[in-house]
Write a protein that binds this ligand. Structure first.
Ligand code: NAP
Length: 273
């Protein structure tokens, strides 16, 4: 079975490693390749992929919305988020957003429910769209978006209250904090989008960044004794959900755990920066 990931710059991607571990565990005879393509080639690439017998593709930055016009159908969550990270080729070409399910698996893994909670989300980009959609669907009580441009973020997220970073202190403390900015990500570790004072009092912090595994933000959460997680579980879970869609079979949280326990984190750090 043929699978792959399309995006602009992919040399840092952990996805082949995750899917190869999945093939090893399940015994599925699959191959998962990276395809760096230009925006103008998306339509042609998808047409050829279908002809060449691909079962499915993942899509990453910056094409998660650009692929939509080339698809026959969108799943409910992809339509709401207006972004697709998984495509399946059957009689029809369907788009899904498995980041949404990666979030769900991560919260469940950590026994954290967002229902009735006051949540701060940093950043207003693509991942924030999936996060806010998840928070609304799961009945978070109050959603705050911290943005460098809170007017623009307010227009983009009418279901949330958009605040500037300097105003966050007025709304502290939050129950749950979710970082969707790339601040602190390789190659710029050591930076944090939030200060110690801004996260004090939270009972769970989720940083979507997975490289480095311990970001400055996670380090601060640790120093305050706040339970936390990085983005590796979400990344692995969205890949498992994609395989569930492509193979029409449920593998569940157990498969995410098995893949993560099979990863050689040191090897990943060296080879997938
Ligand atoms: P994106 O669309 O570029 O959005 C990132 C947002 O972060 C921007 O819209 C911006 O919001 C804010 N931002 C960007 N640079 C910033 C800076 N220097 N200082 C403060 N804020 C900044 O990217 P994305 O697709 O949402 O991804 C964001 C992060 O999530 C990346 O680190 C990515 O690797 C991670 N991610 C992880 C997973 C996973 O499975 N673990 C899945 C998806 C994404 P404002 O303009 O409103 O400030």
């Amino acid at each position: 079975m043929k699978f792959g990931l399309i995006g602009e710059k992919l040399s840092h991607s952990y996805s082949p490693l995750i899917h190869d571990l999945f093939f090893k565990i399940t015994g599925i005879n699959g191959e998962y390749k990276l395809f760096e393509i230009e925006r103008k080639d998306i339509g042609r690439f998808l047409q050829n992929a279908r002809k060449e017998g691909f079962t499915g593709l993942n899509v990453t930055i910056p094409y998660k919305t650009d692929v939509i016009p080339y698809l026959d159908e969108l799943s409910q969550e992809a339509e709401k988020i207006n972004a697709v990270n998984t495509i399946s080729f059957n009689d029809r070409v369907c788009g899904y957003n498995t980041d949404y399910f990666g979030l769900d698996y991560t919260f469940k893994k950590h026994s954290v429910g967002v229902n009735g909670k006051k949540v701060l989300v940093t950043g207003s980009g693509g991942a924030a769209k999936a996060v806010v959609s998840y928070l609304v669907d799961n009945k978070a009580k109050e959603i705050y978006i911290a943005s460098r441009d809170n007017v623009k973020a307010g227009d983009k997220f009418p279901e949330a209250k958009a605040v500037s970073y300097s105003d966050i202190k007025e709304y502290c403390p939050f129950d749950i904090i979710i970082n969707t900015t790339p601040v602190g990500m390789h190659p710029n570790p050591g930076l944090s989008p939030l200060t110690k004072e801004q996260i004090r009092g939270a009972f769970f912090l989720f940083d979507l960044i997975y490289n480095p595994p311990v970001t400055k933000l996670i380090e601060i959460a640790g120093s305050l004794g706040i339970p936390h997680t990085n983005g590796l579980y979400m990344l692995t879970a969205q890949a498992v959900k994609a395989q569930e869609i492509w193979n029409r079979k449920e593998y569940g949280i157990e498969m995410v755990d098995r893949i993560i326990s099979g990863m050689d984190i040191n090897l990943m750090k060296e080879n997938f920066r």
